[in-house]
Design a protein around this ligand. Structure first.
Ligand SMILES: Cc1cc2nc3c(=O)[nH]c(=O)nc-3n(C[C@H](O)[C@H](O)[C@H](O)COP(=O)(O)OP(=O)(O)OC[C@H]3O[C@@H](n4cnc5c(N)ncnc54)[C@H](O)[C@@H]3O)c2cc1C
Length: 453
């Protein structure tokens, strides 16, 4: 097939979603061009050169399978079986995510994943252009403005249709907003983050258990650590922006040390570069982006963080963005008219994005404040029991989100029903033996239909 000019698809952003979408669309025979504001990371290396990782779950894996990249990505992924909770007294406890090692998530290197996707996009025939920042769109003339920030040049370029995969600060979203009301709302979390690093041990091995996502929950704030295949861990400290402690009170290297001495004492010896990292690394901003509209007829559509940035506490931002790519590629393959494809994409994905955004916010409270709470632990215990007794009906919400591909909105809705059953069955009970299992069984059978695959 030789796609004609009307089949050209222009993507802004060659990050995780843009590069994956380029692979999927080029495979379908579209002529794909991608404009990315940063330099080519395959030549320049990753900005900052730091190891930043992401949790990859079934939705993301499924998308990588479709792109033929599962094997390559998984060769460098580190399995995370569950949360390793580090209590304030130094004790640790592994809380498994799933039933066994078939239900796990994976830590992958963000930079390397992006490189693999870029190589695959190019190998599939997509044309990638770096140092090309989208800076504005003439919607009537179908021309976009591209700026090269290195050469300090600006040019215009014709397009047939535009896909915005240019992340949370999307320039395409901004350009769309000048043409139609998007109903855009950004809700800041009020908490930020700082990335730190645990290097390998002296013998070259991991310093702490590699096959877990480590959490140091401390009520209003927390630290987490994800393993890297080079035997380091990327640690992320999440703190409020105001109050005590917060990024307003913990400002200097000495403040950071004092905080870790007090609250994260068992992590301190693992972080020899704490002071350096704390001062050298920027403080990240977190929040949720809501949009009422994602597309302009057949001319443009947004996906990934550009459409629905979320807080990172369910580890689903990329997974959701990859699921967007699959859905959009399918719509473009099956609908003749791009306007219908974009409208159908938006109507399927927007409710699901809203659901995972909400679950991601809820998970922050769970991770920092509940994983060491006895009521929560009893509910989790009962959840496992009910999941074993009713495997088709009672699937824990975390499992529906991370190990299945049921729509996020359905996972959210069933999760609420399940939570009510758990709360009701454990109310006033101190242990699992005191729970009326027959009553809980009846509630499951009455309220939860078998979960479709
Ligand atoms: C601290 C943190 C931890 C996270 N952990 C996880 C996790 O464990 N699991 C998970 O699934 N998700 C996680 N996420 C979310 C994940 O990073 C994002 O959801 C994902 O990167 C979205 O992909 P994207 O392609 O939409 O955007 P991005 O990855 O941000 O890519 C956007 C691309 O567009 C380019 N660009 C920007 N502006 C322009 C322009 N004007 N013109 C051209 N190009 C432009 C950028 O340079 C970039 O390459 C985390 C996020 C954060 C902040």
């Amino acid at each position: 097939m030789t796609p004609d000019r009307s089949h050209a698809i222009t993507i802004a952003g060659a990050g995780l979603a843009g590069a994956l979408l380029a692979v999927l669309l080029a495979r379908q025979g579209w002529r794909v061009e991608v404009f990315e504001k940063r330099p080519d990371p395959r030549r320049k290396g990753y900005e900052g050169g730091r190891s930043i990782n992401l949790a990859l779950a079934e939705r993301g894996l499924h998308a990588l399978r479709q792109a033929g990249l599962e094997r390559e990505v998984m060769a460098q992924a580190v399995m995370m079986r569950g949360r390793m909770v580090h209590f304030a007294d130094g004790q640790t406890q592994l809380q498994r995510y799933g039933r066994d090692d078939s239900e796990v998530i994976w830590s992958v290197h963000r930079g390397r994943l992006n490189l693999m996707l870029l190589d695959a996009a190019e190998a599939t025939g997509a044309a990638l252009h770096f140092n090309q920042r989208l800076d504005g769109v003439d919607w009537e003339g179908r021309r976009l403005t591209l700026v090269d920030d290195v050469e300090r040049t600006r040019r215009e370029h014709a397009f047939a249709t535009l896909i915005g995969a240019d992340g949370a600060g999307s320039a395409l979203r901004h350009a769309l907003g000048t043409r139609l009301p998007l109903g855009e709302r950004f809700e800041p979390l009020g908490h930020g983050y700082k990335e730190l690093e645990i290097p390998p041990a002296a013998d070259g091995g991991f310093r702490i258990e590699p096959n877990a996502l480590h959490i140091w929950p401390r009520g209003g704030y927390m630290c987490i650590a994800l393993p890297n295949s080079e035997r380091t861990f990327t640690v992320t400290l999440f703190l409020p922006n105001e109050g005590d402690p917060s990024f307003a009170t913990v400002r200097t290297a000495a403040d950071a040390r004092a905080l870790f001495e007090r609250d994260f004492a068992d992590a301190l010896p693992l972080l020899p570069e704490l002071e350096h990292d704390f001062v050298a690394h920027p403080t990240g901003v977190l929040g949720t982006l809501y949009l009422e509209r994602w597309h302009l007829d057949g001319r443009a559509v947004l996906l990934g963080d550009a459409a629905h940035a979320m807080v990172p506490f369910h580890g689903q931002g990329m997974n959701c963005a990859f699921e967007d790519c699959i859905e959009l590629a399918q719509r473009l393959a099956h609908e003749d008219d791009r306007a219908s494809a974009y409208a159908a994409f938006e109507s399927v994905r927007r409710p699901n994005a809203l659901a995972i955004q909400r679950m991601a916010l809820e998970n922050y409270v769970e991770m920092r404040d509940r994983v060491d709470d006895p009521d929560f632990l009893l509910q989790r215990q009962l959840e496992r029991v009910l999941a074993e007794r009713h495997p088709e009906r009672f699937v824990p919400r975390y499992a529906m989100v991370s190990f299945r591909r049921v729509p996020y909105a359905l996972a959210f809705q069933r999760g609420q029903v399940q939570r009510e059953i758990l709360v009701e069955a454990t109310r006033g009970r101190a242990s699992i033996d005191a729970v009326d299992l027959a009553a809980a069984d009846r509630a499951v059978l009455a309220q939860l239909a078998p979960l479709p695959d």
